[in-house]
Design a protein around this ligand. Structure first.
Ligand code: NI
Length: 282
């Protein structure tokens, strides 16, 4: 979000479409996740009801810490709300969001951390970076994460005309489709800055709700990994949309303790679209 520099655009290299596009939400809950109450689950992990009569607990993996269960929640949302800063779910779900990537070192490192815990996140990518590092976008999608549109040049949209805003959205959407074969479904404005009229236009023209956040650790100011972790853990709530930036190495450094801290408090990680698709969401 709060990136200072504007990236130079990459050369207009032609990128072949991937042979397949891994689709989210086709993950089937594994039998291994439905472990009985008597099994060796960390005491801090409370069972969470998912669906009518189904109880899930994060499975215990020896020497691997807590992990998110393989959640098979729908991600189709159809509300008419143009802007969201949190989900309305009363379930202990949080959506981790990472802005301004992909970054050639930090994003793969973060993806490893997410994969180790079976956590799904949402990446608000900058179109210029997508064209630079399309293979990382492919990996993000292949590993079940969601991609959101964070403009092509990361300029403040409130100072742009309507046609320029549309161009930012379109170029980024095209870059994501070229890189990974999927269309983003939500957008986040750089610096959180977007006029109401612009939000309505983007919703009408691109079908993107504007996604802001409810938890902001100010990680872009680089306060140190432990501070980032404690701010997120302190601010987390049911339905939280948590802002972070995979552009910054110290933010990624903070994530193992952040993820494990949230998991130990009973939170489960879902994508922004899954959060919006929760019952009760406008
Ligand atoms: Ni940004």
């Amino acid at each position: 979000m709060k990136r200072r520099k504007i990236l130079k655009l990459s050369s207009g290299a032609i990128i072949a479409l991937p042979a397949c596009s891994a689709k989210k939400d086709q993950l089937t809950p594994s039998v291994a996740n439905a472990i009985p109450a008597s099994s060796n689950v960390a005491a801090s992990t409370q069972p969470v009801k998912v669906g009518a009569n189904t109880q899930y607990r994060p499975p215990a993996y020896v020497n691997q810490g807590l992990r998110n269960p393989n959640m098979n929640l729908p991600s189709q949302f159809s509300g008419k709300t143009v802007s969201h800063s949190r989900g309305l779910s009363t379930n202990p779900y949080v959506a981790m969001t990472f802005d301004d990537g992909p970054h050639p070192q930090n994003t793969p490192r973060l993806l490893d951390m997410l994969r180790a815990r079976n956590i799904k996140a949402t990446f608000y990518v900058i179109g210029g970076n997508v064209d630079r590092y399309p293979h990382i976008v492919r990996r993000i999608v292949a590993e079940g994460h969601e991609i959101g549109n964070h403009t092509y040049t990361h300029r403040k949209l409130t100072s742009l005309g309507d046609s320029e805003v549309s161009k930012e959205m379109r170029r980024t959407e095209d870059a994501i489709v070229r890189a990974a074969g999927v269309k983003p479904r939500t957008m986040r404005p750089p610096y959180g800055a977007l006029l109401t009229r612009q939000r309505n236009n983007i919703f009408s023209n691109f079908n993107y709700p504007t996604i802001l956040w409810s938890v902001d650790p100010n990680d872009w100011k680089r306060p140190g990994a432990s501070v980032v972790t404690s701010r997120i853990l302190k601010g987390a709530h049911n339905g939280a949309i948590i802002l972070a930036h995979d552009l910054h190495a110290p933010t990624v450094d903070a994530m193992p303790k952040t993820f494990d801290g949230l998991l130990s408090r009973g939170f489960q990680f879902i994508t922004v679209s899954q959060l919006l698709a929760q019952k009760g969401q406008a």
